[in-house]
Design a binder for this molecule. Structure first.
Ligand code: NAD
Ligand code: MG
Length: 332
């Protein structure tokens, strides 16, 4: 079994007299900044002038600087910008301030692994990647817990890169839950595969296809929504709590028999072949190239796909149903 590291394995003192700049104050940024501050670290936030997040950060008691000023003042620079803007911001506002001995950190390996960001040799380059969205990183920390995280070293200029990454993971609460060591390559490739094939791409395609099949056969869209979307959470909560076995213990025998006999007909050999193809597009850099070019072109395909998805009947039905749930909740 791969080794997990916990609070006792990491030393926060390594960051005690350092200034940590959190660049970006979105999902991950706000959580990292506030958790580190509550862990007693010296945190500043780097944002572009006029950013809407600046007010939020200031109101939370954080000091906000333009990105270049934050990068110049900090010893440890964590980049929590959207992946597609990191290259430009890095080149213009961070790289000029990467003097010897600093740490450059990421929460996802994309830009380093695919060569979009090429740091100088005299800085440490590390990753601390919580395996959960930012609001959970913050909420679990406030509850005295944490979100399991990955950490990795890409470049160790100081001889302390690994310990510094682990200290940062402790500061955001990661070592309370356990952290696992990986490489930039492994994290990047498995993260992209997971979100494309299972978590985001696979799951949303499965939900939509189930919904469309029921509606096309004449069933009420509201029922199709409940069966194919709403109940996903109930099932997934059980799976996360106790594996597939716990979920199968809780569902009816009818459901379990249907699961075992019909599930494999949905994910077929053809589906598995497509999964391998998607993985090889990730490994070869084909996906990264497509995403980078799409962004450089101003996201024409991305924008149009987002609009089409927003117009899908499952979203219309869902909006109405969820509005009714909250109305019922307020009555209760
Ligand atoms: P986000 O979109 O929620 O937040 C990005 C922040 O960057 C915002 O504060 C935004 O105002 C700011 N920003 C955007 N463009 C900017 C620019 N040109 N200059 C300066 N600031 C700019 O991003 P996120 O989801 O928190 O992702 C940050 C990083 O964390 C990414 O590398 C992502 O892969 C990684 N990550 C995200 C999650 C997640 O669940 N969201 C989980 C693990 C790792
Ligand atoms: Mg991801």
């Amino acid at each position: 079994m791969a080794r997990m590291y916990y609070d006792a394995d990491a030393n926060l003192d390594l960051l005690a007299n350092k200034t940590i700049a959190i660049v970006g104050y979105g999902s991950q940024g706000h959580a990292h900044a506030l958790n580190l501050k509550d862990s007693g670290m010296n945190v500043i936030v780097g944002l572009y002038p006029g950013s809407k997040s600046a007010t939020k950060a200031t109101e939370a008691g954080l000091t906000v600087h333009p990105v270049d000023k934050a990068a110049s003042a900090a010893d440890f620079i964590m980049i929590l910008l959207p992946d597609e803007v990191q290259k430009t911001v890095y080149k213009q506002e961070i790289e000029p301030h990467l003097t010897a001995g600093k740490v450059l950190a990421f929460a996802h390996g994309f830009n380093i692994h695919f060569g979009q960001v090429v740091p100088p040799a005299n800085v440490d380059v590390v990753m601390v990647a919580p395996k959960g969205p930012g609001h959970l990183v913050r909420r679990t920390y406030e509850q005295g817990e944490g979100v399991p995280s990955l950490f990795a070293v890409y470049q160790d200029a100081s001889g302390q890169a690994r310990d510094r990454a682990m200290a940062y993971a402790k500061g955001i609460g990661g070592t309370r839950a356990g952290i696992l060591e990986t490489s930039f390559r492994e994290e990047t490739e498995t993260d992209l595969f997971g979100e494309q094939v299972v978590l985001c791409g696979g799951l949303s395609a499965l939900i939509k296809a189930g919904f469309e099949t029921l509606v096309a056969a004449g069933y009420q869209p509201e029922l199709a929504y409940f069966e194919c979307l709403h109940e996903v959470k109930l099932i997934v909560d059980l799976v996360v709590e106790g594996g597939l076995a716990k979920m199968r213990d809780s569902i009816s025998n009818t459901a379990e028999y249907g699961d075992l006999t019909r599930g494999p007909r949905i994910v077929t050999d053809q589906t598995r072949a497509e999964m391998r193809k998607i993985l090889s597009e990730i490994q070869s850099g084909q996906f990264a190239r497509e995403f980078v070019l799409e962004n450089q072109a101003g996201k024409p395909g991305f924008t149009s796909m987002r609009r089409q998805e927003a117009e899908h009947p499952i979203e219309e039905v869902g909006k109405d149903l969820r509005a009714m749930f909250s109305w019922l909740k307020k009555q209760a």
